[in-house]
Design a binder for this molecule. Structure first.
Ligand code: NDP
Length: 315
């Protein structure tokens, strides 16, 4: 039987779905030093939660496929894997709607201070001190700039249409299949809108692209929502912009050094913070786990994975 190594956390679905097809070995860390000669000799497939370095790939000489749990695969060196003829798959589409739902929730929480209002009620302050304060911000009249209009970005925009707000976007190339106004640069988008929703992947090109210049362009009424990767936002620049009233608020689901959230961002009342939960429902995480399993089964039993990433050498 083919051996699959479950690297890092093993989703319960992995054991249940993969055990009838493969011998399974669990490796709780993603440290190549923990690979035993037996694992190195036997492993042909791997599941991972976005942790697959060149050193780990090299430690598994018979590896053929890495099935990543998550649509973002920035922690898997897919280019290096391709150079070794190792395929990489991810989990697109099955999480789009959940992530889009969460983004809308985070946006509303940020502009309408809903978590703060609930905490106020639970602390007994409604009875003692009267009505919660009015939110200075609102979604009404906002112009939303989508930084990223891929699978998830389009689902967010589709939801936003129902909120009767104007939508524009920036990506490297304009899309023919959406009607929203396109801006050729992030700066031009930030100047045009008052709300920036970031849903781009972590790549060398997106590193800290939301910085002092972009936040300044967003302006005093500006709201930043980030559900892509923490990497894309300069957290130092964001903290300074909030401190100095350069923008009006922010909602973040992702951070540069998770699970560590900068103290500087914790103190603001006009910031809504979530612990990277955009796809984190049982139903959606099960669907993602199923797609990981389906990729491995399809590859080893039918010769072709279902959702290979673009870098991967699948014809
Ligand atoms: P897609 O690949 O479908 O879309 C990515 C979008 O980003 C495209 O519109 C692309 O357009 C744009 N983009 C990529 N690079 C750049 C760039 N340098 N400048 C401007 N635009 C760029 O990905 P998904 O929508 O499926 O997912 C997006 C990301 O969301 C994932 O990679 C992941 O990091 C993150 N994510 C976060 C989750 C969470 O839990 N918070 C859950 C799921 C995903 P173009 O190529 O034309 O530039």
């Amino acid at each position: 039987m083919t051996t699959v190594l479950l690297v890092g956390k093993a989703h319960p679905r992995f054991r249940e779905r993969l055990a009838p097809h493969f011998d399974l070995i669990e490796l709780p860390t993603a440290d190549p030093a923990d690979i035993t000669p037996e694992m190195a000799g036997r492993t042909q497939g791997v599941t991972t939660f976005n942790q697959m370095t060149p050193a780990l790939i090299d430690a598994l000489p018979n590896l053929k496929i890495v099935a990543n749990f998550g649509v973002g695969y920035d922690g898997v060196d897919a280019t290096y894997a391709a150079s070794k003829n190792v395929l990489v798959t991810n989990t697109p589409e099955v999480l789009d709607e959940e992530v889009a739902d969460t983004t809308i929730g985070l946006l509303l929480n940020t502009v309408r201070l809903l978590p703060q209002a609930e905490n106020y009620l639970r602390a007994g302050k409604w009875v003692k001190e009267g009505a919660f304060r009015l939110s200075p911000l609102s979604l009404r009249g906002r112009h939303i700039g989508m930084y990223g209009m891929g699978r998830i970005g389009q689902q967010i925009a589709r939801r936003l249409e129902a909120f009767n707000v104007k939508i524009s976007y920036h990506t490297r190339s304009p899309r023919k299949d959406v009607q929203y106004d396109y801006h050729a640069s992030l700066k031009a988008l930030a100047e045009a809108v008052d709300t920036l929703v970031c849903i781009v992947p972590k790549t060398p090109d997106t590193r800290q692209t939301i910085n002092t210049e972009i936040l300044g362009a967003l302006g005093k009424n500006g709201v930043l929502i980030n559900v892509g990767r923490g990497w894309t936002v300069s957290e130092d620049d964001l903290a300074k912009a909030l401190e100095n009233g350069v923008i009006a608020g922010a909602g973040l689901d992702v951070f540069e050094d998770e699970p560590n959230v900068p103290e500087a961002l914790m103190k603001f009342d006009n910031v809504s913070l979530l612990p990277h939960v955009a796809s984190a429902s049982v139903v959606t995480r099960n669907a993602m786990a199923d797609l990981v399993c389906d990729n491995l089964i399809a590859y080893f039993e039918a010769g072709k994975p279902i959702t290979p990433v673009p870098e991967t050498p699948v014809k």
